[in-house]
Ligand binder design. Structure first.
Ligand code: ZN
Length: 100
């Protein structure tokens, strides 16, 4: 999994592809890719790591598991009521109850 960074100034997101060496002075460099257009960029590591980029933590999309309340829906009879705030919503028929 490649590391993703955000450029603090522009807000653009970039994925680090690999690191290499600049032939002219043998300084290490970072080769990275802009997420918005796929363009490839190269910077000396020293510059890349000087604080202008901040790493973005990979956040796997994990939707919160619905909370089945265990009550039967008064409309369709399924035990599919899920708490939505102060209400309960039936996942089977969409009926809400307990709101008022
Ligand atoms: Zn229902």
């Amino acid at each position: 999994m490649n590391k993703t960074y955000r450029h603090k100034k522009t807000g653009g997101s970039y994925v680090e592809l690999m690191r290499g060496t600049i032939e002219a002075d043998l300084s290490p460099c970072v080769i990275y890719c802009a997420l918005k257009d796929g363009s490839i960029w190269v910077r000396p590591v020293q510059e890349f790591d000087d604080g202008r980029f901040e790493p973005i933590e990979a956040q796997p999309a994990k939707p919160a598991a619905p909370q089945i309340s265990g009550d039967a829906c008064r409309h369709c009879g399924n035990f599919a009521l899920v708490r939505t705030g102060t209400c309960q919503t039936c996942q089977a028929c969409g009926e809400t109850s307990g709101c008022s």
